[in-house]
Design a protein around this ligand. Structure first.
Ligand code: GBH
Length: 513
């Protein structure tokens, strides 16, 4: 019914619908048969049930319950309540026809006090049920061990990522996950966007544990110029420890693969000057290569070593050995692109970009009044599909064509409390965005990039971190009053898109009939 109303009312929608289908149909053959098409989510943004069945408090539970942290004063206490509604959500996925679901495990649900307490078997049970329900529908689980959320206990005991102790905890947790779920989970990632978690947690202080200093933000504690480096170092070594456990104890028997997910922005130089071009390289290094270089090549990027000197931690011989275990694939979360202006050789005002820790590179979405891509209702998303193509080709070159997955890509709208159903569901700009980014993706595959999957962020509107419920990224609209999910135009479009590209395995086909 809603579908009819929607299409009936939306002439523009119909036009975009057909033209985008045509646009992408030229690339039918670009996506291999085994390509994963899915949607992505994370535990804190989806699960709710924040105190149910023995779950411990996470850093995000703690943070959102402090007044003034989240724009609309909300929390993820309930979120979309996937903890209770997962069967319904998997039916929606089946309807869309995805063959994979990317979700994360809540560390505090499995280990309420990290390695200092018991295993919460009710938490293990929940993920067993979820995984079972996925496989029953022919949907491949694609699992992240930590998507920003960690047990608050670790924060309080030893300052979490600032202490090397965290490596023991992460290793212990990862081991439990591989042991409990690895017979059925074939795709593991250790961290979601550790670059974002570290920058926001320890440089701007906008995410927990709210640490920063000087003009970087407004915090009571922290050192924006140094702590992000320490935290990142411990993340990298924790990743290496988990990969080591997987390689030595599980991978041969279980036959899966393991990677890490980075937030990856693309940058264009602000001008043609060689200074701005060099600044682009530095910006990529100080944001993404910061983690990927050590993990793939065993050392930090040269530019970082040069600018940060002794502030940049050093890997011991033994650690470099462990880092050599690397990754099986790289997960790329990509939404948007920016311009970069040099602040190393050129004069910049004191302020953003103009610091060692940012590599003396200033990020800006516009030059001389025009934006790098179409503006959206989300203040950091500009539509620039070429950026996806460029960042994938960049990663392909720098990391020897390591297999890649686009682990997130998506389009957000502002919440508009008083709009009618038709407006809530006709997300034409999202369809245009996804179609154009998928087209760019197809082009990278034709150029030889080994990209093996694409996950739309997100199936449902959900808790958007410090923006609370004010931004909506879902293919399905969620009414947060009663948690009812409704298909948007984009859900229907994605279903058609996938159907035109992919064969599902037979169990899933039977189920969906
Ligand atoms: C992803 O993070 C998250 O993995 C996911 O949980 C989230 O819901 C989704 O995207 C949508 O936001 O803000 O000017 O520094 C994205 C978080 C937002 C952090 C964009 C980096 C870069 C531009 N990122 N941000 S800016």
């Amino acid at each position: 019914m809603e579908v009819l109303v929607l299409l009936g009312h939306c002439v523009l929608g119909i036009f975009v619908y057909f033209s985008t289908i045509l646009m992408v149909s030229s690339s039918v053959s670009s996506f291999p048969n085994t390509f994963l098409f899915g949607t992505a989510s994370s535990s804190y943004q989806y699960e709710g049930a924040f105190l149910s069945d023995g779950k411990g408090l996470s850093n995000w539970d703690f943070f959102t319950h402090k007044p003034g942290t989240i724009i609309d004063g909300t929390t993820g206490d309930i979120a979309v309540d996937q903890y209770h509604l997962y069967e319904e959500d998997l039916n929606l996925m089946n309807h869309v026809g995805v063959n994979s679901y990317r979700f994360s495990i809540s560390w505090a649900r499995i280990l309420p006090e990290g390695r200092f307490g018991h295993i919460n078997w009710a938490g293990i049970d929940y993920y067993n049920k979820l995984i079972h329900a996925l496989l029953h529908r022919g949907i491949e689980p694609f699992v992240t061990l930590t998507h920003y959320d960690i047990p608050q206990e670790l924060e309080e005991r030893y300052g979490a990522w600032l202490s090397s102790e965290v490596q023991e905890d992460f290793k212990y947790y990862a081991d439990i996950c591989f042991r409990s779920f690895g017979d059925r989970v074939k795709y593991w990632t250790t961290f979601n966007e550790p670059n974002v978690a570290v920058i926001r947690g320890y440089r701007s202080g906008m995410y927990p544990p709210s640490r920063c200093s000087g003009s970087f933000g407004n915090c009571s504690y922290g050192d924006s110029e140094r702590e992000p480096l320490t935290a990142a170092h411990n993340v990298i070594l924790s990743h290496a420890a988990a990969v080591d456990v997987y390689r030595t104890k599980y991978q041969k028997i279980q036959g899966g693969s393991i990677g890490i997910v980075m937030n990856a922005l693309w940058y264009e130089p602000f001008s043609n000057s060689s200074e701005d071009k060099l600044a682009v390289e530095r910006a990529i290094s100080f944001y993404m290569n910061w983690f990927l270089d050590p993990i793939v090549h065993g050392k930090y990027p040269e530019e970082m070593r040069e600018i940060l000197g002794l502030d940049l931690p050093v890997f011991s011989k033994h650690e470099v050995e462990k880092l050599k275990n690397g990754v099986d694939f790289i997960g790329v979360n990509h939404y948007t692109s920016f311009y970069i202006k040099d602040c190393k050789y050129s004069e910049c005002e004191p302020g953003p970009g103009n610091s060692k820790i940012e590599g003396f590179a200033l990020r800006t979405p516009q030059k001389y009044g025009s934006f790098i891509g179409k503006e959206t209702e989300v203040d950091w998303i500009y539509v620039y599909p070429q950026g996806l193509e460029n960042i994938i080709m960049y990663i392909k070159e720098r990391y020897n064509n390591t297999p890649m997955f686009i682990t997130e890509n998506g389009y957000g709208y502002k919440d508009k409390p008083n709009s009618n159903v038709k407006d809530l569901l006709s997300d034409v700009e999202r369809v245009e965005y996804m179609a154009s980014y998928l087209k760019a993706l197809a082009s990278t595959i034709r150029k030889g990039a080994d990209v093996r999957g694409y996950f739309a962020w997100s199936l449902l509107d959900n808790f958007e971190w410090t923006s609370g419920y004010t931004l909506r990224f879902g293919l399905y609209h969620v009414d947060f009053g009663n948690l009812i999910r409704r298909a948007r135009f984009s859900a229907i479009w994605y279903r058609k898109f996938i159907a035109s590209k992919m064969k599902k395995n037979s169990t899933a086909q039977v189920y969906s009939m």
